[in-house]
Write a protein that binds this ligand. Structure first.
Ligand code: UDX
Length: 439
């Protein structure tokens, strides 16, 4: 099938290459010239395991190309809209200008019988409005909403092997046409028996925001328990293990620590609250405000803990921050809890050395006031405290004995409950973590 993918950010670039991998003839379109050039040369503009290999493989088949010219989308049977919906400045609501712009640009090249498929995370009600617009301007062209659940770090795997497909379809015969086109796009995935949920537009839009709200709530739940553990001397990691054995609860997404960040969960729960307010249903989501509050409090608590171990003052203390990406296997620093803590420490007078295996360049660009070094060893040089804030494998596997020879004071703060506490304390370190007793 001929497919166009509008927007070649995280979601779109991976989607375009994945669709080519499924055998389709794909053009990825974006207004960002340097990004299009990089992608065309099989260079990923972001860190994502397996993506460059996929890009190189699919570009070599000749079935994948990238362009800045919208006209190249003409003639595709299916047009995927994969542009971003960031949080509006100074507001909770999502900024819809890129989605609106993408669809308006598509109208210029769209023909009857073609299908526009929204993948961006949007406020519920968006698709119905866009469907009316498409119907008015290009009668016979259709719209479907097909949310994407990919996780950074697993983007290729999640796109090619999703755990479910969600189709938000128009009513009646148009719905049958749209379904048939989507089934053809995803044929190998559908044939493998992947669960499929078909619904109206509003349900499909809400599936995404509801899923992310649930995940955020689960993380904030265990972090609220961590606050209680701190007050009582209980251990949040053991607590999570024990409640996680209950199938109905499950252990995944119960890792207490610095909480959630990134380009999705924080802005999605806020946009969801904003939309609920517009719909007069704000009470239904007031709990998400608390989810957000619990999450943000963890960052403040981490800074307090650092001050505590540094004998009550951060002034002039050398602090090593290991990890700055919002999670491991990513170079994404959007709303990163780790970076937020690093910046607060520096603002409060600490001499901070940050390191991250992938996010170094992004930090230097966005936070030029922070000192970035290449390795954990450099960061730890004569440190008064070491903070592990993103649980990269290389930090989890540090040898506490050898590492201890680099620092001034053997004090480690495990912001992600990811280190082997026994090994670190045996090597003479003072070990502190959120939601756990001092070791
Ligand atoms: C998320 C959703 O998982 C994905 O389905 C959706 O499509 C986009 O948003 P992503 O932002 O890539 O994906 O990251 P995710 O793995 O969900 O982690 C989000 C944040 O939660 C990270 O900052 C992570 O460190 C944190 N987290 C996750 C915890 O603090 N504890 C956990 O137990 C799990």
């Amino acid at each position: 099938m001929r497919i166009s993918v509008i927007g070649c950010g995280y979601l779109g670039a991976v989607h375009a290459a994945s669709m080519a991998e499924l055998g389709h003839d794909v053009v990825g379109i974006d207004v960002d010239q340097p990004k299009i050039e990089a992608l065309s040369q099989a260079k990923a503009p972001f860190f994502e395991p397996g993506f460059e290999e996929l890009l190189a493989r699919t570009l070599a088949t000749g079935r994948l190309r990238f362009s800045t010219d919208f006209a190249d989308a003409a003639g595709a049977a299916v047009h995927f809209v994969c542009v971003g919906t960031p949080q509006k400045r100074g507001e909770y609501a999502a900024d819809m200008r890129y989605v609106q712009g993408a669809v308006e640009s598509l109208l210029g090249v769209l023909s009857a019988g073609e299908l526009v498929v929204g993948k961006s995370t949007v406020p519920v009600g968006t698709a119905a409005g866009l469907a009316d617009l498409i119907e008015a301007k290009v009668p016979g062209a259709l719209l479907a909403w097909n949310p994407e659940f990919l996780r950074e770090g697993f983007a290729v795997q999640d796109t090619l092997h999703p755990d479910r497909l969600v189709y938000g379809l128009p009513a009646g015969a148009d719905g049958d046409t749209a379904r048939a086109l989507l089934d053809e796009v995803y044929a190998p995935i559908v044939e493998r028996g992947t669960p499929k949920v078909e619904s109206d537009y509003a349900t499909a839009e809400m599936v995404k925001t509801a899923a992310n709200s649930f995940l955020a709530t689960k993380i904030s739940f265990i972090n609220a328990m961590a606050e209680l553990c701190e007050a009582t001397g209980a251990d949040v990691k053991l607590l999570a293990d024990a409640i996680g054995y209950d199938d109905r609860i499950g252990r995944k997404f119960l890792n207490a620590g610095l909480g959630f960040g990134g380009g999705c969960l924080p802005k999605d729960i806020r946009a969801f609250m904003a939309r609920a307010g517009e719909l007069g249903a704000d009470q239904a989501l007031t709990f998400l405000r608390e989810v957000d509050n619990i999450n943000m409090r963890r960052r403040i608590r981490m800074v307090e803990l650092a001050r505590e171990v540094c004998d009550g003052s951060l002034l002039g203390k050398r602090v090593a921050v290991l990890g700055a990406a919002f999670k491991p296997d990513s170079d994404d620093i959007r709303d990163s809890p780790a970076l937020n803590v690093a910046a607060q420490l520096q603002l409060q007078g600490a001499v901070v050395q940050v390191t991250d295996p992938a996010a170094g360049d992004n930090i230097r660009r966005s936070w030029p006031q922070l000192d970035v070094v290449d390795t954990a060893e450099q960061a730890a040089d004569r440190a008064d405290a070491v903070l592990v804030l993103t649980e990269w494998k290389q930090y989890r596997e540090l040898d506490p004995v050898a590492f201890g020879t680099l620092v001034k004071q053997k004090r480690v703060l495990d912001g992600r409950n990811a280190l082997d506490r026994e090994a670190w304390t045996a090597a003479g370190w003072t070990y502190r973590a959120l939601g756990r007793r001092a070791g």
